[in-house]
Write a protein that binds this ligand. Structure first.
Ligand code: FES
Length: 204
């Protein structure tokens, strides 16, 4: 059985012939590397719609103030793409929270709800809301950052030590129609507006 020969080295230098072979191999790899359009990876202003969008729950229904439980959260995709693969991107994943009663979650209007990017501001793991007594906060499983459900501000762990705007989660603005259906208002993807996913938001 013939064995593959390592590139010949001449006085510490690779030979011209082997250098050309390596160049050809690198070209082949580049040719077959899947092409990913970088701009498609993140939600960005180009995708922002002037129209409001439904808060679509995992069961496909639109969130409604009359049925969504107090002190409860679901993961929601925004902006929703027609490509199901893109909809699985962490950068499109938001935690839709109805606040606990003591923080105003029993009100029947948009003030009872919050919608924050689930990408932790520390190193981009996905955090989630824990409704249990004694918790009622967002927690990241990676290094323990904790987020205030009322504001999205990190109050413990490494994300809390980061300078603004990287200590406050991006947040989407919500509104409720006459039937109680909940909608996402068109966002402003800047740190002073709704924030930048994975980077943060200035608290106003
Ligand atoms: S990635 Fe969330 S605490 Fe480090």
């Amino acid at each position: 059985m013939s064995q593959r020969q390592p590139p010949k080295v001449d006085g510490g230098k690779i030979s011209r012939r082997d250098f050309l072979k390596l160049l050809a191999a690198a070209g082949t790899v580049m040719t077959f590397t899947p092409f990913v359009e970088w701009g498609k990876f993140l939600p960005n202003p180009r995708e922002s719609s002037e129209e409001r969008a439904k808060v679509v729950l995992p069961d496909g229904s639109q969130a409604n103030v009359n049925t969504f439980k107090v002190n409860h959260a679901e993961a929601v995709v925004y902006p929703m793409s027609e490509d199901p693969v893109l909809n699985e991107e962490a950068f499109r994943t938001w935690q839709f929270i109805r606040l606990p009663a003591e923080l105003g979650g029993e009100k029947n209007d948009a003030s009872a709800f919050r919608m924050y990017s689930m990408v932790c501001l520390h190193l981009w793991c996905l955090w989630k809301y824990w409704p249990e007594e004694g918790r009622k906060r967002g927690e990241c499983p990676c290094h323990g950052s904790m987020y205030d459900p009322l504001t999205g501000e990190a109050f413990a762990g490494p994300a809390a030590l980061q300078a603004p705007p990287s200590n406050v989660l991006p947040s989407l603005d919500l509104e409720v129609d006459d039937e109680g259906n909940i909608w996402i208002k068109p966002p402003n993807w800047t740190p002073s507006g709704n924030g930048v996913v994975g980077y943060g938001r200035f608290l106003t």
